[in-house]
Ligand binder design. Sequence first.
Ligand code: ADP
Ligand code: MG
Length: 684
Amino acid sequence: MADLHTDVRYIKGIGEKKAQALHKLGVFSLYDLISFFPRKYEDRSQFKPIALTMDGETVCIQALVADTPRLSHIRRGMDIVKLRAVDDSGSVDITFFNQPYAKDNLHRGESYNFFGRVELRGGRRTMANPVYEPEERAGQVTGRIIPVYRLCAGLNQRSLMQAIRQGLDSCLELLPDILPDSVRQDCQLAQARYAYENIHFPADFQALELARRRLIFEELFVLSCALGRMHRERSLDEGIKLKAFDMEEFWRSLPFAPTGAQRRAVAQAAADMASGAVMSRLVQGDVGSGKTLVAAALIWLCAKNGYTSAFMAPTEILAEQHYHTLTGMLAPFSLRVGKLTGSMSAKEKRQVKAQLQQGQLDLIVGTHALISDDVEYDRLALVVTDEQHRFGVNQRSALTGKGVKPHVLVMSATPIPRTLALIIYGDLDLSIIDELPPGRQKVDTFAVDESYRARLNGFIRKQVQEGRQVFVVCPMVEENEELPVKLKSAQEHAAQLAAVFPELKIGCVHGRMKAKDKEQTMAAFVAGEIDVLVATTVIEVGVDVPNASLMVIENAERFGLSQLHQLRGRVGRGSHKSYCVLVSDNDSPEVKARLSIMSKTNDGFRISEEDLRLRGPGDFFGARQHGLPEMHVADLGADVDVLQRAQEESRRILALDPELKLPEHKALREKVDRLYEANSGGFN
Ligand code: ADP
Ligand code: MG
């Protein structure tokens, strides 16, 4: 009997060669193997009478071989086996290309199951290269629901299926059930053995559903437990304890009143920082909800306490912008604000670093340069960063040297439904800014198709003539992706626009450019030197161009709702009336429904709720780019009920047994540990 950590190469029936192929799929241990879930399933459990099959349909038939299969050599390197198969209803001509052995495997007068695609040719039904097996020994590749796996060179469906079958056979008996009995029973979930068997080789669709539900639950439950454990460990870390100050002093300095949500977020974070533990808090708010102000208030609080704060931005331009904004907000208090980015001269950098080391700055704004080895901080209390550029555990300690860990405030501009946020960010405390400052103007949004192209071009020209700037976003095209006919790449589209508008300055930023060139083009756009910027989604991050008043999104059907909302948030940031045009020639009802939601609301949280309803939670897990282990949930298609239930149950179990030390939680603890270690001690 193998144990779950056994290397796949030692599993009976899997040799060195197959093992190497499996490695390419990320499958190393027996446990990886049985956790390599199918991508989809093919229903070969139903048979159709031949006469009822249709042109182009992929079906299972049960038929008698009516003549002796004939082998012929068409030309060198091309063998063809032909035969006719019949059932009570009709007949089909079957052809095998380059499978000469089919001639010997199939015998006249015997019955077989065939699975393949029917095509009508000259009024006759034909099937090329079907999968087949004798009717009396069927059940391997026909007559059941068949799993379909992701493949790589060196493996085909059949050999992978066999490998998994062997894997299951060698461990199913011993497979521990990591779900505590109470959880399994309360939530009416299938046992582990049943689930692993039926996710691969379901007896029927009901069994598949039971298996799926159990495994989704399990994955989320383990994730929740791991995040819960992180959260607990952090709360045990000793942190800098700040004294409370009356925040009114800060609020009074503003030209406007803070929103209730901003006050709440600041109060929550201030309480964390006064607690004696280290703060790890996520601030989630829609674009324009005023997250920067929340950070400014807390930076002020730290300065009042005599501590330095660091604000880390993902790019130079953003660092510049934040430096500017924060300097303005903190000016009434004469705080000392410095800047540190890669493009500064060696001398400037040296000066700033010396200031930091001597504790002469209240705030340092910068890029990743802030966490390079040679930067030393004196009395660093707070680090503010954005979600995509959160740093790992090691980098965090780079910030602190040997000192006490600083408090961390993470900003996220991706509104996600609260239920999901609680799960995905289970390791952080959460502040949600669900209120926009008053008087925000709405970005008028239109979904249009190609027939509007001329009018759209006219509109672009008009905006530029009025002195405004325009963003045009094209979907990211993966290098190896087959291009659907009309998909626009940013570069091609920029070239087209340049031809349409010879008088305008068109710029282009795309994923394959060097970071430095991207930044340069972005900077030129910010400076107003470019009229129309064609870009892939690189512009999603919060660059502020108040003069931009029109956002055009090409192939809008390729974007998720939340992403569209993010992109739209790039305009309407100044005083100019702003617009968003979603271009899509896709007329499927789902796409139309999705795009019309964008025209109806500007509320990011509502949009994300709709996104969740329409597309399921998979993308939201993807949206949290770093730190979370890869989830299978997306592939399995989890629903929110299961998510919520898994979260509740993990809390219940952790409340009972915070370190999972009870013997009945042994298997669970091992899996949680593995997940935790695989992410090098934490999820950031
Ligand atoms: P976010 O980063 O959340 O997208 P910002 O912090 O950039 O939003 O704020 C967007 C704009 O709103 C800024 O110009 C900011 O000065 C302004 N702002 C922030 N809070 C308020 C408020 N309470 N009342 C009015 N304007 C505000
Ligand atoms: Mg911002």
